[in-house]
Design a protein around this ligand. Structure first.
Ligand code: ZN
Length: 348
């Protein structure tokens, strides 16, 4: 049986009838039996979190992949209306039985976190690669067309050299894949921006000139403000690292609006627990100065376009959330989808 929904379709803002046939959307009424599951409200192609790392268990200073925890955490995303996820760094492989399961959000993984041998080896979740270019190409090919690099790590240590990052970008682009780079220092962000990476993750301490460089390269910016808002209250000390951290955080918040104004796509990623909280990141993006429509798109249609998933279009994938009010005016409604359709099935 087909499902029928009627409501204001975003981002177009037009009231339409749409039907779900299997895992596809159509605007043409099908001939068979139809069940109306939503009449009124605002229709999104679901929420998207482009920066989340489910399944990491930390114990005794070591991190490991826990498939049970992974299943719980992607379910938390789904139950919040998150229909698609990108993992820029995952400690294990997506369990085969969950990969395309009816209840699983659509998932895109970049494989492991790859670290240049010149960076600190202190992080328990990094995979140190002696040949970073070869490792990045292999990781992107083995996964969903993405790899994830650490562009820097310790504040006191050097970032990955620009020339090496550039080689990685050229190598990965040559096989039609994309590069996501973690940066949290001015030097790290500058090298990543100049190298033309596909997405800058975090971007703490981003120098002003990076905004124009990202715009010129079409680099996407995922500031993960949720993660920093969570850890900011713990950074009250007076060590050089604390001061760098606080200043880097203030700079990051300023750059969100500047990047948007320069034409950079800014997307929503939470990075840290709780899972299923991308609506919270939308709130942080708006607080940083992003227009509400762009902030909602950052966690929905713009993010789906970035991941190649598409929105609410004829023949599009059948992911829909229904909200009681216009999230562009009341972003808080993103937290309480009245209806969730995932892979053509009614989850709620
Ligand atoms: Zn992360």
């Amino acid at each position: 049986m087909a499902f029928h929904l009627r409501g204001t379709v975003l981002p177009d803002g037009v009231v339409r009838d749409l039907w779900i046939l299997g895992d596809r959307i159509t605007f043409e009424r099908p001939s068979g039996a139809v069940e109306t599951v939503a009449d009124g409200g605002f229709l999104l192609p679901g929420l998207v979190d482009v920066h989340t790392h489910p399944g990491v268990r930390d114990e005794d200073g070591a991190s490991s992949f826990d498939a049970g925890l992974f299943a719980e955490q992607i379910a938390a995303h789904r139950d919040a209306g998150t229909t698609a996820l990108r993992f820029p760094g995952l400690l294990g492989e997506i369990p085969a039985e969950l990969r395309d399961a009816p209840g699983s959000p659509r998932m895109i993984t970049a494989g492991r976190w790859l670290a240049w041998a010149g960076l600190s080896r202190s992080a328990p979740f990094h995979t140190v690669a002696e040949d970073l270019v070869a490792a990045a190409v292999a990781e992107a090919k083995a996964h969903d067309g993405w790899c994830k690099l650490m562009g820097d790590w310790d504040f006191e240590a050097a970032a990955v050299p620009y020339a090496l990052l550039r080689e990685v970008v050229d190598g990965v682009h040559a096989v039609g894949a994309r590069v996501a780079v973690h940066c949290q220092s001015a030097e790290g962000v500058l090298h990543a921006a100049r190298a033309g990476v596909d997405s800058i993750e975090h971007g703490m301490g981003m120098p002003e000139e990076c905004v124009g460089i990202m715009a010129a390269h079409g680099t996407t910016f995922v500031p993960t403000l949720t993660a920093f808002a969570g850890s900011a209250p713990r950074r009250t000390g007076d060590t050089p690292r604390d001061r760098l951290w606080r200043e880097g955080h203030r700079t990051l918040i300023r750059r969100v609006r500047e990047a948007y104004d320069a034409g950079v796509t800014v997307l929503a990623g939470t990075d840290s627990a709780p899972f299923g909280n991308v609506a919270g990141e939308v709130g942080h993006l708006i607080a940083a100065g992003l227009p509400a429509e762009a902030a909602v798109g950052a966690a929905s249609w713009s993010a789906r376009a970035f991941l190649g998933l598409g929105g609410l279009t004829e023949g599009g994938l059948a992911d829909v959330t229904v909200h009681d009010a216009d999230p562009r005016r009341e972003p808080g409604v993103l937290r309480h989808p009245r209806r969730i359709v995932l892979r053509g099935r009614v989850v709620r």
